[in-house]
Design a protein around this ligand. Structure first.
Ligand code: OTU
Length: 650
């Protein structure tokens, strides 16, 4: 939009722009800046309009974008242009992701590069390498306590290694996802060090206070994120002689985005990683970006404005780069991280589908799909040009973040149901085969979350230990069933490293004093590549899981209705153990696929009459995953225990 105030400011900025910037070929940069400047200006004004230095801040923001555009390589600029043209590229069903710790997966970046074949063997073509920047020794929060946003942890490699990796991944058509931890720095970061030394400019990068007055006001409404290891949201820093806001661990200082300097620094960091060759940036803990007394300090409107601003600015410099919102919040809130628009994602193009993940685990524990069906019914429809990251496990705990109302609608009592789930996954429940651990138990609120590797939560660890053949088979079926869901639901499936090999809990963290307090380390394994080689030995557990997932991925890529165009219909059926939905073509009936999943260990039947218009019109169903027709008995489809189908009509 053309608007006079914004446009005259833009003219001033361009007049004052430094000669080293003007002398460059900025044609595409200016086109995009012109297109986005009205939005950028109005967002900046909403956030920082009352500051005397507003125009200087705007100048510095534009210069940051321009400088990073100049540094962007010709190859990446080409990619930007190609993606501008093919703007729905990331909605395709051809993408299948995996998240991993570089050190756990392959020791370092060189090792990771040497293992790229593994991804191609499985069919994975999007790899999220979790944070690889330097962290304080022993206080890393798994990489999320960053001491230098422009460096690579020397134990993992160098920037050159990363650029080499990114280049080779691009040649192999594998996308690279990197993290930008936007909400906080470690207490060893240069800004924190300067703040500690008494520099008020850097103290203003954080929320620091001389007395408890303001912190106490904040505490009245702020929940605790890590109640066991880091109770409260403020930490006294002896050296600085001030309290500092630390929502996560006491060594993670929250950044103060009411200071525009912080926003500009972060934009600079985002564009830096975009220029190193990241295709997608995962923005960590985005719900926490704005703090307001009297609120939970999550999902505030300003947090959304900041994300919109970061998106608009990134589009000017590196429009091919997408953002993932890591916001593990209620469904109605998470949807807002796409940006509230009719079509286009104005904040993040991709968001973690934590709701679906947690609902899948509910179905595992209850062996029925009641809450899963109810929860998916309540999941708001997302924007057209945005997509989910669907996952079963990740490096974090499983939070039981579904809605109490949905639990009630299933005739469960919320508190008791949540307690059942915790008991079930931590093996306290008599019938449970899960070997999970509690995480984040909060005695004040009664809340708890769950840690544990997929295989151990699915019962594989226990079954192997007692040599129960049926148990091993069931656990494998369950692992495949869960993957069958994330591959077909709509969105990008994100596998977690180790899961395709049935990796069990890793208890070694218990002997590390820096890790033993945080059970999430139990599911952050080091891959044993000798064991992994068993994926090629038919009959082994590794083979059964790996080869099935490999097939599933290959089949997914061929099913065009699995691309994410809001083309899913939930189908409610009589049998409560079943989760049934259809994926269809927006233009015609051709190629539609019906997904049927049985979360019970016993075979279940689905009355074909329940399917309405989804019943086969002419021929019969064939399961695209197995390549066979499912059994039909007296007009009912039979779905084996923990089985699933991707049905097409033959
Ligand atoms: C994220 O986590 C990361 O994924 C965690 O590994 C980090 O510890 C944390 O940020 C701090 O950097 O912020 O929006 O229950 O689910 O803390 C949600 C723990 C987050 C995580 C939660 C999450």
């Amino acid at each position: 939009m053309y608007e006079q105030v914004a446009h005259s400011l833009l003219n001033d900025i361009l007049n004052r722009i430094k000669p080293e910037i003007c002398q460059q070929d900025l044609r595409h940069f200016y086109t995009r800046l012109g297109a986005n400047f009205y939005a950028i200006h109005s967002l900046l004004e909403k956030l920082y309009g009352d500051r005397a230095d507003f125009n200087q801040q705007a100048q510095s923001l534009v210069e940051t974008m321009a400088k990073k555009y100049i540094k962007r390589s010709a190859k990446l600029r080409q990619l930007d242009l190609a993606r501008e043209k093919d703007y729905n590229w990331f909605l395709s069903q051809k993408w299948v992701g995996m998240a991993l710790y570089c050190q756990g997966f392959a020791d370092d970046l060189t090792g990771l590069r040497e293992r790229l074949n593994y991804f191609q063997e499985l069919g994975v073509n999007l790899v999220h390498v979790m944070p690889i920047m330097p962290c304080p020794e022993g206080s890393s929060d798994g990489g999320y306590a960053i001491s230098d946003f422009h460096e690579i942890d020397p134990q993992v490699g160098t920037l050159q290694d990363l650029i080499g990796l990114a280049d080779e991944m691009r040649e192999r058509d594998i996308l690279l996802v990197l993290d930008v931890v936007v909400n906080h720095t470690s207490n060893h970061h240069y800004w924190a060090q300067e703040a500690r030394a008494g520099d008020s400019i850097y103290q203003d990068y954080y929320y620091t206070f001389e007395t408890r007055t303001v912190p106490d006001m904040f505490e009245q409404s702020m929940p605790e994120i890590f109640p066991e290891t880091a109770p409260g949201n403020f930490t006294w820093d002896e050296e600085m002689g001030r309290w500092v806001m630390t929502v996560f661990n006491d060594f993670q200082w929250d950044l103060n985005y009411s200071n525009p300097a912080v926003l500009i620094e972060m934009l600079n960091i985002i564009l830096f990683w975009a220029n190193q060759g990241a295709d997608i940036l995962r923005l960590d803990a985005v719900a926490f970006l704005w703090k307001k007394i009297g609120s939970t300090c999550q999902n505030e409107r300003e947090a959304h404005l900041i994300l919109q601003l970061l998106k608009d600015c990134c589009q000017v410099t590196a429009p091919g780069v997408l953002f993932i919102a890591e916001a593990i919040v209620a469904p109605v809130e998470v949807i807002k991280y796409f940006g509230e628009d009719a079509v286009i994602a104005k904040e993040c193009e991709i968001a973690y589908n934590a709701t679906f993940m947690a609902l899948l685990w509910d179905a595992v524990a209850t062996k029925n799909a009641r809450l899963l069906n109810q929860g998916i019914k309540s999941l708001p429809v997302k924007l057209e040009r945005a997509t989910w990251l669907n996952y079963v496990r990740c490096h974090d705990d499983i939070g039981l973040g579904f809605d109490d109302r949905d639990i009630l609608l299933c005739d469960y009592r919320p508190a008791r149901h949540r307690k059942f789930l915790i008991d079930y996954f931590t093996g306290q429940f008599a019938d449970s085969h899960a070997r999970g651990l509690p995480f984040g138990q909060n005695e004040k609120t009664g809340d708890a979350r769950i840690s544990g590797s997929l295989a151990s939560l699915a019962g594989l660890e226990r079954a192997l230990e007692i040599g129960a053949e049926r148990g091993i088979d069931d656990a494998i079926k369950l692992i495949l069933l869960l993957h069958g869901m994330i591959m077909s639901f709509g969105g990008i499936p994100l596998l977690y490293y180790g899961d395709a090999l049935g990796t069990l809990n890793d208890d070694s963290y218990r002997s590390d004093p820096h890790k033993m307090g945080d059970t999430r380390w139990v599911h952050r394994p080091s891959i044993n590549w000798e064991t992994a080689a068993r994926r090629n030995i038919p009959g082994s557990v590794e083979y059964k899981i790996f080869s099935a997932l490999k097939r599933m991925i290959a089949v997914r890529k061929e099913i065009t209705v699995f691309a994410d165009f809001n083309n899913r219909e939930l189908i409610e059926v009589e049998n409560p153990h079943l989760f049934v939905f259809g994926r269809y073509n927006l233009n015609n009936q051709a190629g539609r696929v019906l997904i049927v999943a049985n979360f019970n260990d016993r075979p279940q039947h689905l009355d074909v009459a329940d399917l309405g218009t989804w019943a086969p019109q002419y021929g019969r169903f064939v399961d695209l995953y197995k390549g066979e027709s499912p059994d039909v008995f007296k007009k009912s489809l039979v779905i084996p225990g923990f089985g699933f189908y991707w049905l097409s009509e033959s």
